[in-house]
Ligand binder design. Sequence first.
Ligand code: CAA
Ligand code: FAD
Length: 379
Amino acid sequence: MNFELTEEHLAVQAAARDFAQTELLPGVIERDEHQKFPTEQVRKMGELGFLGMMVDPRYGGGGMDTVSYVLAMEEISKVDASASVVMSVNNSLVCWGIEKFGTEEQKQKYLTKLATGEIIGAFCLSEPEAGSDATSQRTTAEDMGDYYLLNGTKNWITNGSTASVYLVIAQTYPEKGHRGINALIVERGMEGFTVGLKENKLGIRGSDTHSLMFSDVKVPKENRIGEDGFGFKFAMQTLAGGRIGIASQALGIASGAMELALKYAKERKAFGVEIAKHQAIQFKLADMATNIEAARLLCLQAAYDKDAHRDYSMSGAMAKLFASKVAMETTVEAVQIHGGYGFVKEYHVERLMRDAKITQIYEGTSEIQKIVISRELLK
Ligand code: CAA
Ligand code: FAD
C-alpha cells in the first residue's frame, strides 16, 4: 500500500473541501432543522463531477479511483452528511452497480445521466421485514414473459422522493431462496409506483428517506440487471463497495467534529486558561486523532484493495465497522469539549453526533459487518 497521495488525489480533496465550505456549510443547520433536501447543492455536486466520480468518462463519469472518492466523501461529510449520503448512494451503489453489471443499453440510457448528476438514483433492498435479513425479500417480480410484474413495499429508501431511477431487489422464484432474486431498474413515473411519506429522523435530516410502494408495476425485461436470479449477489457485491463510501462518511463526520473541538478548545477559557491546556481535554483530543487516523487508514486500505482488483468485502466491512464506531465516540466527545455550547445547534457538533449514528445502521449494521468479517476469517 502506497501512503502517498498523488497530485490528482490532493486536487480532488481540495476541490471537495472548498465545495463543502462554500456551498454546503451555509444553510446546513437550517436544512437539518427543516428536513430540507440539499437540492441546489446536489445539482452543483453533479456539475463538479462528485456524483459519478469513478464512472468511465465514456459514460460521463470522472474516471477516478476509489481513493479519490474516499477523500472527497470525507471532506463533504465533515460538513454535511445528508449531502454525502446522496453522493455515496449515487456513486457506489447505483452508478457502480449499473456500470459493473448492466447492459450497454442500460448504461447508455441510465448511467450517462446518473454519472453527470442530471438524475439521481436510489438503491432499494430493505423492506419492513427484510433489513439485516436481506434474503427474506417479500417484494415479488413475477415473470410475465416480456416484463416483470412488481408488487411490494420497500422502506428506508435514501433519495426516495428525489431519485429518477431505482434499483429494486425483488423475489421472482421464492422456492429458490436467494438464488431466485432479481435486480430491476425501475423508473420514477412507472404506473403503480408510489412514494410514501418521508421519515422524520434523528440524523441526516436533509436526506429524504421514504418507503416505496409497488402495485402491479410493469418493468420491461430489458431492465433486469444481470442473469435471471442474480439479484441477491448483485446487491451483496454492490454493497461491498457501498460500505467503503459509508465508512468514509463516518470518517468525515468524525474528522469534522474533531476539527471543531480542536478549534474550540484553543478558544474557550476556564479556570484562567484555554481548556486545551487542561490535560483531560488534551487526552480526549489525542484519542480522537489516533482513532481518526486508524479509521482513515482502514478506509484507504479498502479503497486500495478495490482499485487493485483485490477482494475488498472484508476490508470494506472493517473500515465501516471501525469508522462508524469512531464517528460515534468522537462526536460524543466533541460535544463534551464544547460543554453547554455543544448542546445547541449553532456549534454544529450536536448535528454531527446525531448524524454519526446512522453510519452504524445503514448499509449493514455493525453486527452485520462483524458477520461479514468473521465469515471471511473462518472461510
Ligand atoms: N459478494 C458476492 N456474493 C455474496 C457476497 C458478496 N460480498 N456476500 C454473500 N454473497 C452470496 C453468498 O455466496 C450466497 O450465495 P451462494 O449460496 O450461491 O454461495 C448468497 O449471497 C447468500 O449469502 P449468505 O448465505 O451469506 O446470506 P445470509 O442470509 O446469511 O446473509 C448477510 C448475509 C451478509 C447478512 C446479508 O444478508 C447482508 O449483507 N445483510 C445486510 C443488508 C444490508 O447491508 N442492507 C443495506 C441496504 S442499502 C442501504 O442501507 C443504503 C443506505 O442506507 C444509504
Ligand atoms: P434489523 O435487521 O431488524 O436489526 C435490528 C437489530 O438486530 C440490529 O441491531 C441488528 O444489527 C441486529 N441483528 C439482526 N440480525 C442479526 C444477527 N444475525 N446477528 C446479530 N445481530 C443481528 N435500505 C435500502 O435498501 N436502501 C436505502 O437507501 C436505505 N437507506 C436508509 C436510510 C436510513 C436513514 C435508514 C435508517 C435506513 C436505510 N436503509 C436503506 C435500511 C438499512 O439498511 C436497514 O435499516 C439496516 O440494514 C438494518 O435493518 P433493520 O432496520 O430492519 O434492522
